[in-house]
Ligand binder design. Structure first.
Ligand SMILES: [Cu+2]
Length: 160
């Protein structure tokens, strides 16, 4: 009757070693998500400008954006109002406005294709169909084309 306890102890030791090996393999496997996320976060500039009024890249326009959602919720379709002015402050009417966006460090675009659906007058335009499907740093680029002038303003946002 001495054999049984020995067998049990041996089995218990074998199971413990087995679990240890499994745990060791599990924890030493490269984590496919976390290190990549850290690397991506590390490449986000520390000097990002989050203001909702920005001069366009070539300083041809001053562009302001207002989201209909505040705070912006992930995976929620919403609209933005875009205000375009000249550097002198005059509203820019009848411009062709388009928007593209994405997550620079993830190198993907928006999950939707937002469009300006209405010219509201006084330099204001309604952009619809905006959706962000992940937390993190997003860029929204507003392209303005008046026929004689083309320029782009970039807005940064962090979604949590
Ligand atoms: Cu992303």
């Amino acid at each position: 009757m001495k054999r049984f306890p020995t067998a049990y102890v041996a089995t218990a030791i074998a199971v413990a070693i087995g679990l240890g090996v499994v745990a060791f393999i599990f924890y030493s496997l490269p984590d496919k998500d976390a290190p990549q996320e850290l690397r991506k976060m590390a490449s986000m500039p520390s000097t990002l400008d989050f203001s909702t009024t920005q001069p366009s890249y070539l300083k041809k326009f001053i562009v302001s954006v207002t989201s209909s959602l505040d705070p912006i919720a992930i995976n929620t379709m919403h609209g933005w109002e875009i205000l375009v002015k000249t550097p002198e402050g005059a509203p820019v009417d009848n411009a062709k406005i388009s928007a593209i966006g994405g997550m620079p460090v993830h190198q993907h675009g928006l999950p939707t294709a937002p469009r300006v659906t209405k010219n509201l007058g006084d330099g204001r335009y309604r952009l619809e169909g905006v959706k962000f499907n992940m937390a993190g740093w997003w860029e929204l680029k507003i392209k303005i084309d008046t026929g004689s002038d083309q320029d782009t303003a970039t807005f940064n946002l962090i979604l949590r």
